[in-house]
Design a protein around this ligand. Structure first.
Ligand SMILES: Cc1cc2nc3c(=O)[nH]c(=O)nc-3n(C[C@H](O)[C@H](O)[C@H](O)COP(=O)(O)O)c2cc1C
Length: 189
């Protein structure tokens, strides 16, 4: 598929079916992440694929607990936005999607965060190219992953990406198209 069509079609998906897909496809998608530019060519990140149902359940429990606490303490506009977007505090996608990918950045490397997110963008688009849905899920706190999946402390988990097929409940919400592109100077009109 044409790259622009892929970009246009991609949406965050929060409801997944449990339909399986081959492990080599997830490896293909993650190898695309490694093709992204990275500061000083350090590729300062690792990808950890999780398909163990027990681990997935533990991750879901912890994330729900963390996000419920965060939501209770968050500002009104955020609560309203979550409601409008129909984003639930139940994170079933963490058990329904056949694979979760934890991306952790190596914090002592230059441009580690920028490079890590750029590689995430490549992963998300490569998944779309394989007709697979994703969500860049960033729970309020991910430190528990150090213990749970043995991430060394010089790496910081930055995202959990469920990858799989959307369920029938999944909806694609329209984009807001505020003016973002300017020529020569910023123009507030
Ligand atoms: C840095 C970042 C963090 C995000 N964190 C979450 C999250 O924790 N939970 C969630 O449901 N969506 C999360 N998203 C997805 C955004 O809500 C989503 O990209 C945005 O609403 C636009 O929708 P679209 O991806 O369908 O175009 C995140 C996206 C980014 C780029």
């Amino acid at each position: 598929m044409n790259l622009y069509t892929l970009m246009k079609n991609r949406r965050s998906i929060r409801h997944f079916s449990d339909k399986k897909f081959p492990r080599k496809t997830i490896e293909l998608v993650l190898n695309a992440g490694l093709l992204a530019p990275s500061g000083a060519d350090k590729k300062p990140y690792v990808y950890i694929i999780i398909d163990d149902p027990v681990l997935k359940e533990k991750i879901k429990d912890r994330c729900e607990e963390i996000d419920k606490r965060l939501f209770a303490n968050s500002e009104g506009w955020f609560k309203k936005w979550m409601l409008e977007k129909q984003i639930s505090l139940e994170k079933n996608f963490l058990v329904d999607a056949p694979y979760l990918v934890v991306v952790a950045g190596e914090t002592n490397k230059p441009y580690w965060l920028e490079s890590t997110w750029l590689s995430i963008a490549y992963i998300v688009l490569a998944a779309e190219n394989e007709k697979l849905a994703t969500l860049t899920y960033t729970p309020g706190e991910m430190d528990f992953l150090h213990d749970l999946i043995e991430i060394p402390f010089n790496f910081e988990p930055v995202v959990i990406i469920p990858i799989g097929y959307p369920s029938k409940r999944a909806s694609k919400i329209n984009k807001n198209n505020k003016k973002k592109i300017f020529f020569n100077r910023y123009d507030s009109d």
